[in-house]
Design a protein around this ligand. Structure first.
Ligand code: ZN
Length: 504
């Protein structure tokens, strides 16, 4: 028998399509070729596989070996096919039983001595294997992560020899065990003194999934506030948490399986490139927007960001997905994050402050604010200025703020109303659903039209205002949007980047 077939998995974005590894042995001069669009790393697999097989005291067949990775049109990165290729060679040369490979998928890079090294994307591979009905053998270091996919039997192996002993029925492999979820102490709103308007905006953002822009002088607490948004959000559902963990798993930075139920909070520095922000590269990797999937993306010093980096944010803000095109290939990464952006009101940071210490010329202030494009601002539902705190509120004996858990309870109730009504949070309502669920009475409709006129709101911004009003009504436990809900929502658009509210 000179033919064997082994099941493996490729990595494409956060997907893990099945790959059949076919190994054929034929007479002729000893040689080994790998076909099926392998990249450089797969070609290197030849040397690793040969060394690992010999180190494990098996015989490397002195024949013509052809390895075919099918389908041919899938990109195949990294050393993840080492283990399936080695097993295919051993089965095709009669050193392990061919039929033992049928109901199992294999993943893992081989070291020269036959030890199994971890690969990225083990969790997406395990999630995909669950759909195939096969069990999965992974390197021991990947097992805790792969075991998060509860619908698949995951087995942990340390060496090629252990895998072969299992396939011979001589030794069982231990099952992969997911670690218990770590108790993560999220930053709490108790630590935020004063700032009533910002606290309220944060609660509305959490309740409806709205994006938020905080404008204020240095040291007024913008970062402090932003980092507390994840703690106001309800715990992610299991499928949401798995999606976010799958992104971390293919990021090349590794996934901490103990923290997979924690909503991500990403705060990249403003010097980050567009690729770092939205993803890319030869082997496409997710960027910060995808690492923040189902969590919060915090962009401080918004006007300092490279304009191109901010413009590429528009696609994920609108669709919740990032598509990376490279040569003939596309990779898609989920990116349904909540944006919290922060900026100073002017280059020096003190425009509008009662101290009058800002000396920025009006033209400099205008240029500073114009660095953020209208279409990006349009997509940020809640925009507010936060003042420097009066000294009285910073005294150590000032009362602590309301705790995050109390606020989160109100957020959960408001979110449950949205789920019952429309099956999603308000920020995700499309235009038709917005018009259907955010009805106004005649007087409020006229008020909205007046505001649209005076603030020069686009149709998109107007719909976003309506959705914010809907969220405020939900926090209030009201079925209908009232005048107070609408005026509060419009106030969060009252800040115009060139408007009188911001003038020094
Ligand atoms: Zn200034």
């Amino acid at each position: 028998m000179g033919l064997a077939l082994v099941h493996g998995r490729a990595r494409a974005g956060v997907a893990a399509p099945a790959v059949q590894v076919e190994v054929h042995l034929a007479g002729g001069l000893p040689a080994m070729s790998i076909v099926g669009l392998p990249e450089a790393a797969v070609r290197e697999a030849k040397d690793r596989v040969r060394a690992a097989i010999q180190c494990a005291q098996f015989e490397f067949p002195a024949r013509r070996i052809t390895v075919n990775l099918a389908p041919a049109d899938l990109p195949k990165h990294g050393g993840r096919f080492d283990l399936p290729i080695a097993l295919g060679i051993l089965a095709a040369s009669g050193q392990i039983p061919v039929e033992s490979l049928r109901d199992t998928e294999f993943l893992g890079e081989l070291g020269l001595t036959g030890e199994l090294r971890p690969v990225d994307g083990a969790l997406p591979a395990a999630l995909a294997a669950a759909g195939s009905g096969r069990r999965m053998v992974v390197p021991a270091a990947n097992a805790p992560e792969a075991a998060l996919a509860r619908q698949v039997e995951v087995l942990a192996a340390r060496t090629l020899l252990e895998v072969c002993a299992m396939l011979h029925g001589r030794k069982a492999l231990p099952a992969g065990v997911a670690p218990p979820a770590a108790a993560v102490a999220a930053p709490d709103m108790r630590d935020v003194r004063g700032q009533q308007r910002a606290r309220r905006a944060l609660e509305i953002a959490a309740a409806g999934g709205h994006h938020l822009l905080l404008v204020g002088p240095p040291g007024c607490g913008k970062t402090l506030l932003a980092s507390r948004l994840p703690g106001l959000l309800p715990a992610p559902a299991e499928d949401e948490a798995l999606e976010a963990a799958a992104v971390a798993s293919v990021s090349g930075r590794g996934l901490d399986p103990a923290r997979w139920r924690t909503r991500p909070f990403r705060a990249p520095h403003h010097t980050a490139s567009a690729v770092a922000l939205v993803g890319g590269g030869g082997e496409p990797r997710p960027g910060e927007v995808s690492l923040a999937h189902h969590g919060v993306l915090f962009l401080d010093e918004l006007p300092e960001w490279e304009r191109r980096a901010l413009e590429v944010l528009r696609e994920p803000l609108e669709s919740g997905v990032v598509t990376i095109s490279r040569a003939a290939r596309q990779a898609e990464f989920p990116a349904r994050f909540q944006l919290v952006a922060a900026m100073n009101p002017c280059p020096c940071g003190w425009a509008g402050d009662a101290s009058g210490r800002c000396r920025c010329p009006p033209e400099a202030i205008r240029r500073y604010r114009a660095r953020i494009s209208g279409p990006l601002l349009d997509r940020i539902d809640l925009q507010l200025e936060i003042p420097r705190l009066p000294v009285s509120e910073l005294r150590p004996d000032a009362p602590p703020g309301e705790a995050s858990a109390t606020i989160r309870h109100r957020v959960e109730i408001a979110r449950a109303r949205q789920q019952t009504r429309a099956g999603c949070c308000n920020a995700r309502l499309d235009q038709a659903a917005t018009l259907a669920t955010c009805r106004l009475d005649a007087a409020d409709q006229r008020l909205l039209e007046r505001a649209v006129e005076s603030l020069q709101l686009s149709a998109r911004a107007m719909h976003r205002c309506l959705r914010v009003a809907r969220t405020i009504a939900d926090l209030d436990g009201c079925d209908a949007i009232g005048t107070a809900h609408l005026t509060e929502a419009l106030a969060y658009r009252g800040f115009s980047i060139d408007g009188p509210a911001m003038a020094a």
